[in-house]
Design a protein around this ligand. Sequence first.
Ligand SMILES: *Cc1c(COP(=O)(O)O)cnc(C)c1O
Length: 370
Amino acid sequence: MIPFLNVGAGTLELEAELQAAMTRVLHSGQYIGGPEVTEFENRFAEYCDAKFAVGVGNGLEALRFALLAMDVGPGDEVIVPSHTYIATWLAVSQTGATPVPVEPAPGLFNIDPAQIEAAITDKTKVIIPVHLYGQPADMGPITEVARKHGLKVLEDAAQAQGARYKGQRIGAHGDVVAWSFYPGKNLGALGDGGGITTNDAKLAEKIRMLGNYGSREKYNHELPGGNSRLDPLQAAVLSVKLGVLDEWNERRKTIAVAYSDALSDLPFSLPAVPNFADPVWHLYVIRTEQRQALADHLLAAGVQTVTHYPRACFEQPAYQEFSDQASRFPEASKIAAEVLSLPISPHQSEEATDHIVKSVRSFFGKGSKS
Ligand SMILES: *Cc1c(COP(=O)(O)O)cnc(C)c1O
């Protein structure tokens, strides 16, 4: 069986370095905050071409704290993609604000900048583009429409560590960029982790306080903050893994290129890469009306696939208030019915990739491409 993603293989490749890093933390006697966290924050900020990075407990909290730092709350509206992972929406809802969905750009999975303006009202405060599947959203026109209407931009970059937009790393195109270091992401910890990057010193400071009981110095609480910090143990692990991120993203790209070359003549949509994007292939997502039959065929051939995501956010029980609005977002509903993610990871062998290609082709009754 070819697994969809083998996270353990990545850990084993770096076993010696990870053990050394964890032993260092073990011996340090400091298990919250401290130099390991600062070191990772500094290195990650530099990697992303951002001035500041702040670690928090997970990606959802990174998004939520960023919204709170932007003074988003009850009565406000936040523009979100109609097609995204539910965390993007939940972060908005948890502040008391309302998510306002905007459909993807034609032929792409990310938010359509051309449809944002029609969704802006006098309650709108923030736009959240998501760099879904490791594909950068079109940040130029998004920041332009935000500036025109006096809105802030919060990027959800949970799936896009290392991706570039027009040659510049994702990390500070918008006002704040939220990251997840969940184990399965391109840069993943050995447990939960998250953070933000920004060039705005005030927002960075506020987000840091929100994750630490609203406090800058011990026992002085300026904000009603929470407790959501990046552990030094995870920071030490992430520093090791940041060192191989580019190489591992390259390995993903090699697989993506192999798929796109070998499957281009088949009757389904391959992931499109716009000129402005240098994606990091967190996922390789195809679209076909025969999704279930193809998934079954691949499973029988020993290939595990996953659907990201089988239901649009507004079709989830958690968003019942949207239940009569599905017809307003037909593209997101259609995407949810058609997408299928082929296995892609830095530790997938060439033989596995070949077998996956053969198995997809055989579903369509085709041998290898001539
Ligand atoms: C993973 C993910 C998140 C949430 O990250 P966690 O660390 O799991 O909380 C948010 N948005 C997107 C697009 C994600 O893929």
